[in-house]
Design a protein. Structure first.
Length: 713
C-alpha cells in the first residue's frame, strides 16, 4: 500500500482514479470492487452508488451512503479504528461512497461469529442466540471473546447499528473492522447486533477513553460536520447515546422481545428466538407465535439530553402501597414500568400529565447516576378499543395504529424520553398465554364456560382465595373495591365466579371479536390485568423498582397485576414502589374518554400552542394533587416560557450553581416540580433586573432546564 495514514488514504480515495475490477456478489445495492491510484500498487476500495440504494421506510432522511461516511467520521473521531476510511465522491456508477477494502480478495477469512450445532461451540466463545433449524436441530450463534470485537460492539451501540451481521466483521491485522453502516445512526432505539456478549458488563478504561474522545469531538465541530450528512435530530441522538454510555459504563441489550429483527432469518433458514439477557452467558430460548397482527409497536425518537455538571440527589416518591414518601432504593439500574394507553382516543392532558411525570422520574434517576430501564405497554386489544372501532365502523387494528401514531407524535412534541421498550399486547400474546397457562396448571385459576348466547369456549379467572397478598397495594376495604369494580373493567355479576372480584385472565372467544388460539386455553384473548403482569415480568423481572400510572389504576388494575404476579412467582413483592399521577379535570369532572370532556394535546398543538408551554403547564402542578385545566393555566405557562427565554437571551446572568442545586433538591423531594419551576423563575427575574458578569450562567440554566425538566428553550 503506497500510503500509511488514514489521512493519506482518505486523500487517495477522494482524488484517485477508480477502476472497477469486480462486483460484490452478496451486496444488495450493486457495490463494485475498485482499484484506486497507482496501477502497479493499487489500493482496493468498495464503491456503493447512491443510485442503487433500496428505499427504507425507517430511514427516510438522507442517503445510506451518507451514513457510511458519518459512521467513519464517528469511528475516527473516537479512535475506535473500526470503520475503514470512507469518502463520498463520484464513481463509475455515479455519486456514492468509496470505502477502503480490508477483507481478503480470495478465500474466506477465519470467522469472528459462527453458527454451529449447540454442542460444537468453540472453546471460550460467547453464545448469544439460540434457535433451531426447520428440521428441529438446535443451533447457536456465538462470537469470539477477543477485546477488539468488544470495541466494535461499543461502536455499534454508539451508532445504533440496525444490521450488524457476522459477515460485516473483517480482520485487518491486529484490529477488527466493521463495514456496512448504511442502516445506522437512526433516532429510534433499534440496536440489532450479533455482538451481545458484553451487554450489561462494565466497559474497560480503553473503551471509555474512546467514548470521551468522541464526546469531546462532538462538542468541538464534529456535530456540525455530521449535520451535513444526517438530520440534526439524528446527531443529537448520537450525542445522547454517547453520553448515556459514559454515564452507565455498559452496553445495553435492547432487543429482548424474541426477535433480532421482525421476521428475519439467517441464510441457512434458521429462525432465531431471543437474545441473552444482560450479563447472562447462557442463551435464553423463547418462541414467538404471532397472532392476528403482531408487528412490534415502535417507540418515538429520543430527544437529546445535554450534560449538566455534578449529579442529582437520591429520589424519594410517595409509595401508594405504604402510603408514605419513600426512597427509590434502586441499584445501578433503576427499572420502571408505566401502564400505557388504550389507543382509541389519544392523547388528552390526563395522559400527558402521567407520561410527563414519569419522564421526570426517569430524568431525575439518570441525573442521580442511575441507568434506567423503562418499559411501557400499549393495550392494543381491549373492549373500549373494539367498541370505539365498531361505533366508527373502522377496523380495530387501523384505529389502534392511527392512535398509537398520534400518541407517538404527541410524546415527541412534548420532549418525553421514550421507553426503552414500548410493548403492545398483541405482540406479547405468547408471554401472556404462557402466564395464564401457568396459573391454570398450578390450580390458582379456574374455568367457566362462555354463556351459550355469547359464544363457545371458556373464560379463565384467578382464584383470589388462594392469593393472600390481595389488597396490599391499594389498602382498600372490600366494600370500596366492590363499589368501583364494575365501572373499571370488572364483571362482579358473572354467574359462576367463586368471588365477584376474581379478575378475568382469559376471555373465551365471542362472535365478532378477534381471538388467538391456544392449545390449553382455547381461542380467546387476554384479560386486562394479566397483560401488564406478563409484559413486566418478561421484560423487567421481579421485583422491579417502580410501577406507575394514573391514580385511577390503583384498583383494580395495579392491585390485580400484583396479585397475579405473586400467584405466578410466589413472591408477594411485584414492584418495590407504586407511584400514581393524580387526576386532571375539566369543567368540574375528571377528564376521561368515556365522558368525552377531553383537552387533546394534538388539538392544542394544531391551534398553535407551543409544546413547551404545554409541558410547563403540566409541570406547574404537583403530580399527586388533582387539578382542573383552565385556559388561564395555559396562559400562565406561556408567559413563564417567554420570561425564561428572555432571561436566557442575555449575555450574562446570575451565577446558576445555586439554582441548579435548588432544582435538583426540589425534584428529588417527591418530584416537587412546582418548586423547581419557581427556582428557575427566581433566577430569570434576578437575571433580567440586575447586572451580572457570569457569561456561563445562561447556558448552564438552559442545559439544566432541558436535561432535568425536559423543557427545550
Amino acid at each position: 500500500m503506497p500510503t500509511d495514514t488514514d489521512a493519506d488514504i482518505v486523500e487517495l480515495l477522494t482524488s484517485g482514479n477508480l477502476t472497477p475490477v469486480g462486483r460484490i456478489v452478496d451486496s444488495s445495492n450493486g457495490a463494485l470492487l475498485c482499484s484506486v491510484g497507482d496501477a502497479d500498487d493499487p489500493v482496493l476500495a468498495i464503491h456503493k452508488p447512491e443510485a442503487s440504494e433500496r428505499p427504507l421506510w425507517d430511514y427516510p432522511d438522507g442517503t445510506l451512503v451518507a451514513r457510511e461516511r458519518a459512521a467513519y467520521l464517528v469511528s475516527d473521531a473516537g479512535g475506535f479504528d473500526v470503520v475503514p476510511p470512507t469518502v463520498l465522491r463520484d464513481g463509475p456508477l455515479g455519486q456514492g461512497s468509496v470505502q477502503l477494502w480490508v477483507g481478503p480478495v480470495e478465500g474466506v477469512q477465519e470467522p469472528l461469529v459462527d453458527v454451529t450445532p449447540a454442542d460444537a461451540v468453540r472453546e471460550g466463545w460467547v453464545v448469544v442466540l439460540e434457535g433451531e433449524t426447520p428440521a428441529g436441530r438446535p443451533v447457536v450463534v456465538s462470537h469470539s471473546p477477543e477485546p477488539a470485537l468488544r470495541t466494535v460492539a461499543v461502536l455499534d451501540a454508539v451508532l445504533n447499528n440496525s444490521d450488524r451481521k457476522g459477515g460485516h466483521l473483517l480482520r485487518d491485522g491486529p484490529v477488527v473492522r466493521g463495514c456496512d453502516h448504511g442502516v445506522s445512526l437512526g433516532v429510534e432505539p433499534k440496536l440489532r447486533t450479533v455482538l451481545w456478549g458484553w451487554a450489561g458488563e462494565e466497559l474497560p478504561r480503553e473503551d471509555l477513553t474512546r467514548l470521551e474522545m468522541l464526546a469531546s469531538a462532538l462538542e468541538n465541530g464534529l456535530a456540525t460536520e455530521l449535520e451535513t450528512l444526517l438530520t440534526r435530530t439524528e446527531v443529537r441522538a448520537l450525542a445522547e447515546r454517547t453520553a448515556s454510555l459514559l454515564r452507565t459504563r455498559r452496553i445495553r441489550c435492547r432487543n429482548r422481545d424474541g426477535r433480532p429483527s421482525p421476521g428475519r432469518r439467517c441464510s441457512s433458514g434458521d429462525r432465531w428466538h431471543r437474545p441473552c439477557r444482560r450479563g447472562v452467558r447462557r442463551p435464553v430460548v423463547g418462541r414467538w407465535r404471532p397472532g392476528t397482527y403482531a408487528w412490534p409497536v415502535k417507540s418515538w425518537p429520543a430527544p437529546f439530553v445535554p450534560a449538566v455538571p455534578g449529579h442529582g440527589e437520591p429520589l424519594r416518591l410517595f409509595d401508594t402501597r405504604t402510603r408514605s414518601v419513600r426512597p427509590i432504593d434502586a441499584g445501578p439500574v433503576a427499572r420502571l414500568y408505566v401502564c400505557g394507553i388504550t389507543p382509541y382516543d389519544a392523547t388528552h392532558l390526563g395522559h400527558a400529565a402521567t407520561y410527563v411525570t414519569f419522564d421526570i422520574v426517569g430524568r431525575v434517576l439518570r441525573d442521580a447516576g442511575h441507568q434506567v430501564e423503562y418499559v411501557q405497554n400499549v393495550t392494543d386489544i381491549d373492549d373500549p378499543l373494539l367498541e370505539r372501532a365498531a361505533r366508527d365502523s373502522r377496523d380495530w387494528r387501523d384505529l389502534a395504529t392511527s392512535q398509537i401514531d398520534l400518541f407517538r407524535d404527541d410524546m415527541t412534541a412534548l420532549a418525553v424520553l421514550p421507553p426503552d421498550e414500548l410493548v403492545g399486547v398483541v405482540e406479547s400474546m405468547a408471554e401472556i398465554t404462557e402466564a395464564v397457562r401457568a396459573l391454570v396448571e398450578a390450580g390458582t385459576a379456574y374455568r367457566l364456560p362462555v354463556p351459550r348466547e355469547e359464544g363457545a369456549g371458556e373464560d379463565v379467572y384467578l382464584d383470589l382465595a388462594q392469593t393472600p397478598s390481595f389488597g396490599e397495594v391499594s389498602g382498600w376495604s372490600r366494600d370500596r373495591m366492590t363499589a368501583v369494580f364494575a365501572d373499571n373493567g370488572g364483571d362482579p355479576e358473572r354467574v359462576g365466579k367463586r368471588d365477584p372480584l376474581d379478575p378475568l385472565l382469559w376471555r373465551g372467544t365471542r362472535e365478532g371479536e378477534p381471538s388467538w388460539d391456544d392449545d390449553l386455553l382455547g381461542a380467546g384473548r387476554p384479560g386486562w390485568h394479566i397483560e401488564c403482569t406478563a409484559i413486566s415480568l418478561h421484560h423487567l423481572g421481579q421485583p422491579f423498582d417502580i410501577k406507575g400510572g394514573g391514580r385511577d389504576l390503583v384498583f383494580p388494575h395495579h392491585e390485580m397485576s400484583a396479585v397475579q404476579a405473586a400467584a405466578l412467582t410466589g413472591d408477594a413483592v411485584f414492584a418495590r414502589r407504586y407511584v400514581h399521577q393524580a387526576m386532571v379535570g375539566y369543567e368540574g369532572e375528571k377528564m376521561s374518554k368515556s365522558k368525552g370532556n377531553l383537552v387533546l394535546v394534538s388539538r392544542l398543538l394544531a391551534d398553535g400552542v407551543e409544546p413547551m408551554a404545554i409541558r410547563l403547564l403540566l409541570l406547574a402542578q404537583h403530580y399527586r394533587q388533582d387539578w382542573d385545566y383552565t385556559p388561564d393555566l395555559l396562559e400562565a405557562a406561556e408567559a413563564r416560557l417567554r420570561c425564561w427565554r428572555e432571561a436566557l437571551s442575555v449575555n450574562h446572568g446570575e451565577p446558576a450553581v445555586a439554582t441548579l442545586a435548588a432544582v435538583r433538591a426540589a425534584l428529588s423531594d417527591d418530584l416537587d416540580t412546582r418548586r423547581a419551576l419557581t427556582a428557575v423563575d427566581g433566577w430569570a427575574e434576578r437575571t433580567l433586573t440586575a447586572q451580572w458578569d457570569d457569561a456561563s450562567a445562561p447556558g448552564l440554566v438552559a442545559r439544566m432546564v432541558d436535561a432535568v425538566l425536559g423543557v427545550r428553550l
